[in-house]
Design a protein around this ligand. Structure first.
Ligand SMILES: [Zn+2]
Length: 426
């Protein structure tokens, strides 16, 4: 007899746990072959870690049967996704492009106490660049399919011959913590000491920041998928949207997964040919204007760039290339050791645990990812994909009061990366 779940006429999120490689392969196959139906909120990468999958009502019975016959533990995590989203919208209206002004306080465009749509982020970038013209510049390096700006921030104290660190966020629209962290990095690098009361007595922090600025140029794209991001904020949009927003010719479905669209071992698994799939690869690498703009921006500075960091959520994984194969990159030991040191510092702040997803313990492959391309084609020696908070309790709806704790701990990891890569004399 099949189990009956309350609210099974609704979209539900199941939490499943693949105990071993065989179970993981069942889930990976499901994602590969039926990604038009199932939306994997977390990727099938590592055994014995819970994974969240959104299942449409018509497929609940099939899904449950597959889990039972495959002996995979499962439970309903969200019985009615739509109702949960509706309840959250009513409880706390999302701010649409309005600045978070508090009565009596000066106008601050971004405060990391809420999530903000693209116009506020752009206002923040302009404000900060005006305030620190010798340190920071912003430019529009491209326009998305819907004509939104793709912003590039450059931060440098000047001087020629300095190496660069490239950081991006907002590949996947629903991962709101990503632009929230990347904008925090920008602020941390350029803001005045005096505006950081939490560091007021910490001269080491100040010296360290000066050091970080003197060592590198930073090139930062906070929102590489602006159309998708705006759609997750829009009244008639979809808070759980992942892809970009370009319609697919010959299909009723919209959007390509930009992080399956990069041309390095493209379409070699872990992406989909179905236009309706959340991991749709679009049938050609670099089919999307947004992935091409990221490509061209990185290639323009590739020979100076030593680190590529791309921020996603969720799951608390620190992932190293390669994603497309279990073969190791030639500098794998350095990549891995650096990740361990960064995660140690991160964990020391609040005790937050991250799993370092090296190719040796990641059992399932994905292809067409920007980080693989950054190492494999652009030749950047250190690339990481970082899946930030949480491990699934709130999933993409990470409560705003976790933004600052997330950012503070992740910033500690960034400092390790910047300090150590230079020490390794890349
Ligand atoms: Zn992502």
């Amino acid at each position: 007899m099949k189990a009956i779940f309350p609210g099974s006429k609704r979209y539900q999120v199941f939490e499943v746990n693949a105990k071993d490689k065989v179970s993981l392969e069942v889930l990976a196959k499901l994602q590969n072959e039926r990604s038009d139906v199932y939306d994997f909120w977390t990727e099938p990468r590592i055994a014995n870690r819970p994974m969240d999958i959104m299942v449409p009502p018509a497929f609940t019975a099939n899904f449950v049967e597959l889990m039972q016959t495959s002996d995979i533990d499962y439970k309903v995590k969200i019985a009615d996704v739509e109702r949960m989203m509706e309840a959250k919208r009513k409880a706390k209206p999302v701010i649409h492009g309005e600045s978070g002004t508090r009565s009596g306080a000066p106008r601050v465009s971004l405060n990391w106490e809420s999530y903000f749509d693209l116009p506020v982020i752009e206002e923040f970038l302009a404000e900060l660049a005006t305030k620190h013209p010798n340190l920071m510049t912003t430019s529009v390096v491209g326009q998305s399919y819907e004509g939104n700006n793709m912003n590039l921030v450059k931060i440098s104290t000047g001087g020629s011959g300095k190496k660069a660190i490239f950081i991006d966020g907002g590949f996947h629209a629903r991962e709101w913590i990503s632009p929230s962290f990347v904008t925090w990095v920008i602020r941390e690098l350029v803001e005045n000491y005096a505006t950081h009361p939490q560091y007021a007595d910490n001269i080491d922090w100040w010296n360290s920041k000066i050091g970080l600025l003197q060592m590198y140029r930073y090139k930062i794209m906070p929102v590489v998928n602006p159309d998708g991001y705006r759609y997750t904020f829009a009244v008639n949009g979809d808070r759980l949207w992942r892809k970009n927003r370009r319609p697919i010719v010959g299909s009723d479905c919209i959007g390509t997964d930009l992080n399956r669209n990069f041309d390095f071992h493209w379409d070699e698994g872990g992406s989909s040919d179905w236009p309706c799939a959340p991991i749709y690869n679009c049938g050609t690498a670099f089919s999307e204007i947004e992935s091409r703009v990221v490509r061209d921006t990185i290639l323009g500075i590739a020979n100076q760039t030593v680190v590529y960091l791309t921020f996603h959520s969720y799951g608390q994984y620190w992932l190293t290339p390669w994603a497309y194969t279990t073969n190791l990159p030639s500098n794998y030991d350095q990549l891995y050791n650096l990740a361990v040191r960064a995660v140690d510092k991160l964990t020391a702040v609040n005790g937050t645990q991250y799993t370092i997803g090296s190719p040796t313990n990641v059992l399932y492959l994905h292809s067409g990812l920007s980080a693989d391309w950054a190492m494999g084609v652009a030749g950047i020696p250190y690339a990481y994909i970082i899946e930030m908070r949480d491990t699934g309790k709130h999933a993409f709806e990470l409560p705003p009061d976790q933004i600052i704790p997330n950012n503070l701990e992740m910033w500690e990891a960034i400092k390790v990366i910047a300090e150590d890569v230079i020490a390794m004399a890349v």
